[in-house]
Design a protein around this ligand. Structure first.
Ligand code: SF4
Length: 267
């Protein structure tokens, strides 16, 4: 499988938006910000403008250029539902995902109120597609639990939680209508440690609600040393969804060309 990412639960990242702003404690050590700011002012670099938010129109049709079917993390370097990203742009991204339906897309946001509003409105056409997984981040009780409720109130066919960085014991959890849970500790300089009992608590509720559980990492300053075993084993569970057949290159090109004309009209 082709891959351009070290993220354990996906094959590829696709970033039609770059940049973001912090919204809750999970953002404190945002890896995307740290990466992007390293290149601020470097002429010609994709992150020449650091972590400032911008739409990247020439990336919008990128999924059509890949020669194999992939698991795609959409906007690993941003948050698609950030208030500075217009509804019209989000809708274009959803149209691409609906057309290039031989990939599986994973979207993750901390702006769950907007996710809820759009999936119940302008994005409803994409909500029920099993190849598009809609997710929210859950780092603590105060900010994370309301996001789970927002997600549950959407018609998304596949709903998932990224419980990372897990910053405290989340206590009692309701995972009804949730299809996948990822857990991970924070990594990098100044990483806030995750206790085993917090991760085991999430695993307990995954088992209770029969939700697939993916344990990403312990994290810490030396992430690879800490590894990704929880109680002497790895957890690499995924939701079971079918994959659409990838059409031949000529057909992919034709769909992309048609969509390209529509996108140009929409800009
Ligand atoms: S929402 Fe995500 S991308 Fe945006 S600042 Fe927070 S951690 Fe970074």
């Amino acid at each position: 499988m082709a891959t351009n990412t070290k993220i354990e639960w996906t094959d590829t990242t696709w970033n039609p938006v770059r940049g973001c702003t912090k919204i809750s404690p999970g953002c404190k050590h945002c890896y995307a910000e740290a990466f992007a700011e390293r290149f601020r002012g470097v002429k010609g670099h994709p992150y020449e403008r650091g972590f400032d938010i911008r739409l990247v129109w020439d990336k919008v049709l990128e999924p059509f250029s890949w020669t194999s079917s992939r698991m795609v993390f959409v906007n690993s370097m941003s948050d698609l539902f950030h208030p500075e990203v217009p509804d019209a742009f989000i809708i274009q991204i959803a149209k691409v995902m609906m057309e290039a339906n031989w990939h599986t897309y994973q979207l993750l946001t901390k702006r769950s109120d907007r996710l809820k509003k759009l999936l119940n409105g302008a994005l409803r056409f994409a909500a029920g597609a099993p190849h598009i997984w809609w997710g929210v981040s859950v780092e603590n009780i105060k900010h994370g639990k309301p996001r789970i409720e927002h997600l549950r109130q959407t018609p998304a066919a596949v709903k998932f939680l990224s419980v990372e960085p897990l910053l405290e014991d989340l206590g009692t959890l309701d995972f009804s209508h949730i299809n996948w849970v990822i857990v991970g500790g924070e990594s990098g300089p100044g990483a806030r440690p995750m206790q085993e009992s917090w991760a085991l608590n999430v695993l307990h509720y995954c088992r209770m609600y029969e939700v697939p559980f993916f344990f990403k990492q312990w994290g810490g300053v030396r992430k690879h040393k800490a590894g990704r075993h929880l109680q002497d084993r790895t957890f690499d569970e995924f939701p079971i969804t079918s994959r659409n057949t990838m059409p031949p290159p000529s057909k992919r090109k034709a769909i992309a060309a048609l969509l390209g004309v529509q996108l140009a009209d929409a800009r």
